[in-house]
Write a protein that binds this ligand. Structure first.
Ligand SMILES: Cc1cc2nc3c(=O)[nH]c(=O)nc-3n(C[C@H](O)[C@H](O)[C@H](O)COP(=O)(O)OP(=O)(O)OC[C@H]3O[C@@H](n4cnc5c(N)ncnc54)[C@H](O)[C@@H]3O)c2cc1C
Length: 417
């Protein structure tokens, strides 16, 4: 079977890998000159299998209001005259109930758990390296209030079978030794030892190279203009390099998926939620993070990636706008310099922004559409790197009519019907 994968981000490339591994002919199309050059380029580097949970949850509307008046706020809303923005925000609000949170979380944890195993198997099979570490995540609490209110998180993690431990100041330092220099800045933390870290861009590029060895054809610098329908099904994809045809089509265009689906009468609530990162060369390894530290106050993740520190955060709801706002860089620098003052060569920070393809329920959209030849693997929001291998494996099975190893019906776009 020939499958055309639309998009060479981490989600498209993992999909291509599992399709090629199953013996199918695969072609991947992307407008960029290489793989993983848009949202998968410089994310925060967390493989947060344990922390997989939706942003929409009970208490979030109130928190969001408070954040909007805070200096170094983790949330920025730039209102637009765009019905998609308002409808998405409304759907997000509707998902802020306890029951919606539990349903959405259980779906996300299912995909993440599947991904954890798939990534470990992939590492073993191929030896792929991506500046990865398996040293866990430390959610750092600067205030006693945060520490006291983490009981709910501990309960949910424990219920989901995720190992975790509340650590006092000294125990945090045992996990993240460089924090010994700034002990007065925090009171404790929540440690999830089974989380991992790694550079999604390096991973995507190396996996694309492994795909090419398996015969996958990559068509870069090729813009997808529209999807062609004939006789009630997909007849091809019109691109800047002409019309491309296949037996099946898998869309993995991240935040841009809804734009190409709308003309087909397919409406998915994926909205671009902008985030920012800086990447900094390490100045002194002993003064830098050992793994990932989540600065709970600013919702900023600080991650060790080989000889670099990646700092990522901010949810900016501003449509398809990739302006680099300097004040966001200041927030990232504020958090990392406060906790790791001697860790990085901060004057060399490389500033980046990307658009998280977010669904209001936090769960990706993986599965069939009303067109028998078109499948989706998109909407991975905050956790596309974490969920990529499991999503790719699941999508490959669905596209080729194999029975997947996990429950999948509630991950398809039909859940919004
Ligand atoms: C600041 C930030 C921090 C993050 N931190 C983490 C983290 O720590 N852990 C984690 O798991 N996730 C994280 N994420 C989320 C994660 O990066 C994304 O979910 C993931 O990269 C999405 O991958 P994707 O392949 O779906 O999208 P993309 O990587 O955007 O890939 C889509 C591809 O489609 C192509 N494309 C789009 N439109 C067209 C067109 N018309 N024609 C041709 N090609 C097209 C693009 O060029 C692109 O290559 C973070 C995101 C941000 C912004």
């Amino acid at each position: 079977m020939k499958v055309l994968v639309l998009g060479a981000g981490v989600v498209g490339v993992t999909s291509a890998w599992y399709l090629a591994r199953a013996g199918h002919e695969v072609e991947v199309v992307d407008r960029q000159p290489g793989a993983g050059l848009e949202t998968s380029f410089a994310n925060a580097g967390q493989l947060s299998f344990g922390y997989s949970s939706p942003w929409a949850g009970p208490g979030i509307p109130l928190k969001a209001l408070k954040w909007m008046f805070m200096q170094h706020s983790p949330l920025v809303i730039r209102p637009r005259l765009d019905p998609a923005q308002w409808s998405w925000l409304l759907q997000m609000l509707k998902n802020c109930t306890e029951s919606a949170y539990q349903t959405n979380k259980s779906r996300m944890v299912r995909v993440s758990d599947y991904s954890r195993t798939a990534l470990a198997d992939l590492r073993e099979e191929t030896g792929i390296g991506y500046d990865g570490l398996q040293r866990g995540t430390l959610q750092l609490f600067r205030t006693q209030y945060q520490m006291d209110h983490s009981a709910d998180d501990v309960r949910i993690l424990t219920q989901s079978g995720v190992p975790c431990a509340l650590l006092d100041r000294e125990a945090c330092v045992a996990v993240e030794p460089a924090l010994a220099r700034v002990k007065d800045k925090f009171v404790g933390g929540l440690h999830t030892p089974e989380d991992e870290t790694g550079d999604a861009h390096i991973f995507t590029q190396r996996l694309a190279a492994l795909c090419a060895e398996k015969g996958v054809k990559f068509r870069y610098n090729t813009a997808i203009k529209r999807i062609l329908v004939e006789g009630g099904d997909i007849a091809g994809v019109e691109t800047s390099a002409g019309v491309l045809k296949a037996d099946r089509y898998l869309m993995a265009l991240g935040s841009f998926s809804p734009k190409l689906l709308a003309p087909l009468g397919l409406k998915i609530p994926v909205y671009p939620v902008k985030g920012y990162s800086i990447t900094v060369p390490i100045a002194d390894a002993a003064a830098a993070p050992a793994s990932t530290v989540m600065d709970e106050t600013y919702k900023i993740a600080i991650t060790r990636l080989g000889d670099r520190i990646r700092v990522g955060g901010t949810a900016e709801i501003a449509g398809y706008d990739n302006t680099l706002h300097e004040e966001r860089k200041k927030t990232l620098l504020h958090s990392v310099q406060d906790l790791y003052p001697q860790g990085g060569q901060y004057e060399q920070a490389k500033f980046w922004t990307g658009m998280r393809p977010m669904t209001p329920d936090g769960t990706p959209i993986i599965g069939p559409t009303k067109y028998s030849r078109l499948f989706l693997n998109t909407g991975h929001g905050t956790l596309g790197w974490t969920m990529s291998c499991g999503s790719g494996k699941l999508a490959a099975d669905l596209v080729t009519g194999q029975r997947p190893n996990i429950e999948y019906a509630d991950l398809a776009m039909a859940r919004y019907a």
